[in-house]
Each structure stands twice: as C-alpha cells, then as structure tokens.
Design a binder for this molecule. Structure first.
Ligand code: IK2
Length: 446
C-alpha cells in the first residue's frame, strides 16, 4: 500500500511540474507573428495625427482639401440612390463597368489591347494593388530593386513577404544650387545595372515620383526596360500621379515600351485621378498570366471593393475617354490648376529663403532646409533624424504640417537626405496662403 501511495505522490509531483513548464512555455510564447516586427512605424500614422493634434495648416499628407469634380460626385450620388444592386457585392476582381472603362482608356494609351476581365484587378486603392503585387510575385529570398526616394510602403511590403530590398538612388546630376528641378535627378545607368543579380525578381519605379516629382523620360525608362528584359525581371510601375505633369513634361508608361507589356504591373489610383482619395479605388493592370496571381491574393484577402465607388470612378473614366486631350477633360484641368498652386508654393518658399526643387509632376515639392538654423530645445529626441525633428518642431511651434523626406529613403541612405522636407500643394489657394503667412511671419522673426 505504502509503495503505491508513494508512487501516486511521485506521479502527482511530476504532473504538476509538467503543467508548470507547459504553462511557462505558453505564457512566454509571442502572440504576434514575426512579420509584423520592424515594420511597425508609419510616417502617415504619426504625422497625420500630429497635424490633427495641433490643428495645423496641413501641407503634409497628399490629399486635396477641395471637392472632387461635380461629375464624379454626381455619379456617386446616382450610384447610391440607383437601386439595390449598387449596395451589394459586385464582381470580385472589379466592377464590370469599371474594368471595361479602364481597359478602353488604357488600351489607347499603352498601345496594347487590354482585356478588361483578364488584365485588370480593381483594389482598395493603389495601396492594395501594391500589396497584391508583392505578395503575388516575390518569394522568400528574392531581391526587389527599389528606386529612392520611394513611397514608403514598398519597403515593409517587400519585407513582409521575406524579400530583400535593394536600393538604388536617384541622384542630382549637377551639384549644389544648380539643382532646381526634379528633372536634374536621375539614375546612374551603371549603378542601376550593378544592382541586378540572378536573384532580382522585380524593380519598383514611381513616375511621377512621390516625393521628388521626377517624371521619367522615355530614354530613362528604356534603360530600366532593357535591364528587366536582360535579367527576366518584372517592373512594378506605380503611376498614381500619371495625369499630373507640368511645363510640357510628358508621362510615359513603361508598359508601352517594346517587350514590357508582358513584364510590367502598372498601378493606378481613382482617388488621385479624381481628387477623391477617401474612395480608395485603385487598380493593377498587367498581362493576364501575371495578374491572375494577384487575383489569387485578392480573393484570399479583400475579395471585393465598394461597388458604388467603383461605379462612380467608371463613369468618370467614361467621360474622360470621350474628352481625352480636350480642355474640358479633368485630366487637363487638374494639372492646369495645380501648376498655379505649385508656382505659388515655390515663390512662397523662395521668399523665405527655402530652395525648392521644382517638381515636373505629382502633388509634392521638396525643399532644402539646411539654411535654416533652429534650436529644437528638446534634447530627448537627439537621436532622431534632423528632418523628423524639424517637421515636429514646425508643426508644434509654427502650426504648419509637412513631411520629412528621409522617410522616403532606406535606413542606409536616409542620413544623406535628412535636410529636405516635403510640402503638398494639392490644396485650396487659401490653405497655401495660410502656409505662406506662417512662413513669412517666421522669416520676420515673429
Ligand atoms: N503610391 C504612391 C506613390 C502614393 O503617393 C500613394 C498615396 N500617397 O498618399 C500619401 C502621401 O504621400 O502623402 C499611393 C500609392 C496609394 O494610393 P491610394 O490612395 O490610391 O491607395
């Protein structure tokens, strides 16, 4: 009896010890996935909140503070009051009316017959199109070349799929004060070629570029295209600002160059096209054999985008197809209006001694802040890069929201570009005037 009792006690002790160990393991287990690590900071989350907290004049995030054109607003209203189907699911890969209108317009521009059902995927903004592209084409260990400065989400999206980002910078072709236009910045062809390896899966370009405003010329795109073809790599071309070019600069689609249709994913945005960024309608256009893998990601994540917003964007594109190149076209009127806002912002920056780099396209202008000496007073943030400290100081002390340009660079290169800040000029004249007033008072020491 005694032996059996001893044995039972012994077993109880062992069971208790095992349970304790098991609990310890369970309690120490991380409840998050590793892919979320190292990608948790986000410049838009941080600086949009800061602008709101300080009720700042907002030249930070890239959205218009004016309404979309009447014809798309009316199309949206008509859609939501147009019967039950507009409130229900539509086709998962894109509302039929929208993919048809996109195919019609872009077939004309690309010079290739785009199949609306096979070659287009409608997404939740260009953002989700980018996400689907990286998920669909990049394997663990694949290299993705990213041209700097770049729209910040490319890097975390590549990291989350286990890819390796390889950076190549746009560099000023001339030195010092002669760098007055985004057209003075370019890729060094030899440096770019050196980044391609047998592991290169894709290169990401953005034209017109955010934040610099560079618009790639055909010859520059040809260098990229030749390397993609030589190395059997894809090109992910983010063209969300495609309608916005100034001073006669022309936007060229890399997909339209010989041999590039079948290896390019072109990304666009209804929000940027029609000044309705909150609608979050975007798309990817590519050869069906590539696009079908993006559809797989889409159907296993988001599946379907808002029907009424797609209907309104479709009607917008139908109108633009009819008016293409005419003065009544919104794609003519918006850049004409923004040209004036861009000039206004540039002269306002120059008047207070800030040297802007004149963008050839897009919503943004960057300016060199190295001539301005500011005592930030806050010792605690000394490790932060100069432009981040400057932008935070500017919003808190002067009530003007902008964006630090080093956020558009890899950690390896951000130090070299922390003397620039980005201003957004897709704003009402009154907003730009209010920003000008802040800068003027500041320059007068008030
Ligand atoms: N690609 C680029 C280059 C973008 O600039 C954006 C939107 N950026 O807006 C934030 C800012 O820079 O201030 C996108 C993609 C995403 O576009 P969408 O709004 O259609 O998702």
């Amino acid at each position: 009896m005694g032996i059996i009792r001893n044995l039972a006690n012994h077993l109880t002790v062992i069971r208790q010890s095992l349970t304790r160990n098991h609990n310890k393991i369970i309690m120490s287990r991380q409840l998050h996935a590793r892919r979320t690590e190292g990608v948790d900071n986000n410049v838009w989350v941080e600086f949009a909140q800061l602008a709101a907290d300080y009720k700042a004049v907002n030249l930070g995030q890239g959205f218009p503070d004016f309404s979309p054109p009447k014809f798309v607003q009316e199309a949206f209203v008509k859609a939501v009051s147009g019967g039950p189907l507009m409130h229900q699911y539509t086709r998962a890969f894109g509302h039929p009316r929208l993919v048809k209108s996109l195919a019609k317009l872009f077939s004309r521009i690309v010079g290739h017959e785009i199949d609306p059902m096979e070659d287009i995927l409608v997404t939740v903004g260009a953002y989700q199109a980018l996400f689907c592209a990286f998920q669909a084409v990049v394997n663990e260990g694949d290299e993705v070349i990213i041209v700097e400065p770049f729209f910040d989400c490319y890097q975390p999206m590549v990291k989350m799929v286990g890819g390796k980002a390889v950076y190549v910078p746009l560099r000023p072709k001339v030195e010092g004060s002669a760098v007055l236009s985004s057209g003075d910045w370019g890729l060094c062809p030899e440096e770019l070629a050196s980044k391609f390896t047998p592991r290169t899966k894709a290169i990401v370009i953005n034209t017109p570029n955010n934040p610099l405003g560079k618009v790639y010329k055909t010859e520059e795109l040809q260098v990229i295209a030749d390397l993609c073809i030589k190395h059997n790599a894809l090109c992910i071309s983010d063209e969300v600002y495609e309608w916005l070019t100034y001073d006669g600069t022309k936007h060229v689609k890399i997909a339209s160059l010989p041999g590039m249709w079948e290896r390019t994913i072109t990304i666009g945005s209804g929000g940027k096209s029609f000044s309705a960024t909150g609608w979050k309608v975007g798309w990817a256009i590519s050869a069906g054999k590539i696009l079908k893998h993006m559809k797989t990601i889409h159907q296993n994540s988001v599946f379907h985008c808002a029907t009424a917003a797609q209907e309104a964007v479709a009607q917008g594109f139908e109108r633009e197809y009819e008016l293409f190149g005419a003065p009544e076209s919104y794609f003519q009127q918006l850049p004409a209006m923004l040209h004036h806002r861009r000039m206004k912002l540039a002269s306002c920056l120059e008047s207070v001694g800030l040297q802007p780099i004149m963008p050839e396209g897009g919503y943004f202008m960057i300016a060199d802040i190295s001539s301005i000496k500011v005592d930030f007073g806050d010792e605690s943030s000394k490790d932060e890069s100069y432009d981040f400290r400057f932008v935070k100081w500017l919003v808190k002390e002067k009530g003007l929201a902008t964006i630090p340009v080093s956020a558009f660079y890899s950690p390896e290169h951000s130090k070299e570009f922390d003397k620039y800040i980005r201003f957004c000029f897709v704003k009402e004249d009154s907003t730009l005037d209010a920003a000008g007033e802040i800068l003027k008072k500041w320059s007068q020491g008030q």
